[in-house]
Design a protein around this ligand. Sequence first.
Ligand code: THG
Length: 262
Amino acid sequence: MKAIAENINVMNKVIGDAMKEGVPGPIQELARECTEAGADLLDINLGPARKGGAEMMEFVVKAVQEVSDLQLCLDTSNPEAMEAGINACNQKPLLNSYSAQPDKMESILPLAAKYECEIIGLTMSTHIPIDTDERIAVAYEIVASANELGIPNSRIWVDPIILPIGVEVGQAHAVAVQNMLKSLPDLFEEPVQTTCGLSNISNGAPDELRGAIERAFLPMLAACGMTSCICNAKDPEMMRTIRLIKALQNKSLYSVSDAELK
Ligand code: THG
């Protein structure tokens, strides 16, 4: 279970202001915190970043790389910002993301082929599927589209898109996501990787309760084969849960410190 830190994102007021004003300090402090907290990758989420996105992405990537050696996950729908970020990275980043939406397919997916990067594929087209069969059909479509550009399954991270438990279809959706994950090995001979925006599940819940919802869902997803999650690396209980999942899947050597809060 790889942890992709969600924290360097434009939704965070302090970080969003620092990104827009070109002030590296707060971004570098947060990147250090997430790295020390045990994240495996750092998501850099500029949001839509229509104006000046390329310059902003280059600035944030270079600032973060001064303080962390972790692989970066470039999170933007702006292809110019995405390409500027790829060119500023010291190591190949994970691209976040494309989907079956034609514009994403045409603008972001080709960058993963051109630069031989790994890429997250959201299982959505014009809408987010609600039932498992439709979600599987979209998963097959997004993987086939990447394969056509020479991108192997091993470089595709399928994201079933998690919806908040509190919205009308949220609970049914949480079950459909688990069912889809369990069916992926039968769907693809060469395994794909998988990821999700774990915090989405708790969106709308009182802030003090969000972590509990996220930490209840993550082991369920891990048991269904989820190989990574975009999560709040600044939540010590979340990072403890991830350390213990890694040990309980025999992917890391357990030590009692894994069970301690850091
Ligand atoms: N899939 C993929 N990428 C994604 C998502 C996904 N990127 C964006 C998002 N969903 C995952 N990232 C976040 C980042 C922050 C929050 C939720 C998801 C969040 N932040 C708190 C808030 O906004 O209240 C706190 C913000 C702060 O102060 O740091 O909820 O699903 N592939």
